[in-house]
Design a protein around this ligand. Structure first.
Ligand code: AVJ
Length: 327
């Protein structure tokens, strides 16, 4: 067993879930994180809690939006350069995907790889994960697929590798981590990987373009953000009035990050798990950061984490990058 000690707190249940790979991370995590988020100032909660079944479905819709360029740009890079990427990954690899979601992107890699030994998709959304794994098994009957329902931001235990282990972390989900946590994640991943990591990273660009990507005209990103409160109502019996909160997302060029918030439209009191929480008018719950990097900044971070940056693929508009980080 190799383990990825991202947080010092040993969490027996999370470890067992990761080993069994067959149960959702506990609803208790959401309850305790939301209670803690509401008790602190400023209020903030980790974006991983967006991804219940409804949130995962909303995220899939975000990926199709005309304003949301990352998914289609990264897919085009994977399509265009799959052979070079497969060359970096090498033969007989075990691909471990962090936050696999629909597992759509990895198909482009699998099609280009020589004798991939096993695919290990890890996702916090168990239902979503197992549906995607079943579809993959049907389409790749020769491939062993070992889904793990787990929260890879907490701690991760992997079964013994079936081949030379390579990480796949597309979508710029690394952008959800503060730079310190991104470094810790990259280091922890390096400890469980053999050959390296293929990772998608969103690039610094025109703030107006970034703003539009997180403020789409159809309101899907707003629904995705507000689903956090809907989830609390569904799962925890909270009484959030969704019409009393606004989706607010903006780019902070100094910190090179999008911030997403849920802002209270008026003074109100919300009940959750037998406790009452007051919101002032304009008070926010910070729900997500999405950091953007230049290629040079990301290379520096990767080097600090112990990787040797290799090839980097960037689209013509320089919107998005995919990096091979060798070990
Ligand atoms: C999945 C974290 C990469 O930051 O762009 C999309 C999530 N949030 N729209 C991102 C997200 C709002 C997404 N990541």
């Amino acid at each position: 067993m190799s383990s990825l000690p991202l947080r010092a707190t040993p969490d027996f249940r999370a470890v067992m879930l990761a080993v069994i790979g067959d149960a959702p991370p506990s609803r208790g995590d959401f309850a305790s994180d939301l209670l803690a988020a509401l008790a602190q100032r400023p209020r903030a909660i980790a974006p991983k809690h967006f991804y219940d079944a409804a949130g995962s479905a909303l995220f899939e819709r975000i990926c199709e939006l005309p304003e949301y360029y990352p998914t289609r740009t990264e897919l085009a890079l994977l399509r265009r350069h799959a052979r070079e990427m497969a060359e970096c990954i090498g033969a007989d690899a075990e691909i471990v995907e962090f936050g696999a979601g629909s597992s759509r992107k990895v198909r482009l890699l699998l099609d280009a790889l020589r004798t991939p030994r096993r695919f290990v998709p890890i996702d916090i959304s168990a239902e979503h994960l197992h549906e995607a794994a079943a579809r993959l098994r049907a389409d790749y009957p020769a491939l062993e697929v070992l889904p793990l329902a787990a929260d890879f931001t907490r701690r991760l235990t992997l079964p013994p590798a079936a081949g030379s282990r390579v990480g796949f972390f597309p979508g710029s989900s690394i952008g959800n981590f503060d730079p310190d946590d991104a470094l810790a994640f990259l280091r922890a991943a390096a400890a469980v990987l053999d050959r390296g990591l293929l990772i998608g990273v969103d690039l610094v660009k025109d703030p107006a373009r970034l703003h539009a990507a997180y403020n789409d005209a159809a309101g899907v990103t707003a629904a995705f953000n507000l689903n956090l409160l809907a989830r609390a109502n569904r799962e925890l019996g909270a009484d959030f009035d969704l019409a009393a909160f606004d989706h607010y997302a903006y780019y902070d060029p100094r910190r090179q990050r999008i911030e997403m918030h849920l802002v209270s439209r008026r003074a109100q009191t919300v009940r959750l798990c037998g406790q009452a929480f007051g919101f002032d008018a304009g008070e926010s719950l910070h729900t997500e950061n999405s950091y953007k990097y230049t290629v040079e900044q990301f290379h520096a971070l990767a080097r600090e984490a112990g990787y040797r940056p290799g090839a980097v693929w960037v689209d013509d508009e320089r919107l998005f990058s995919v990096h091979w980080l060798a070990l």
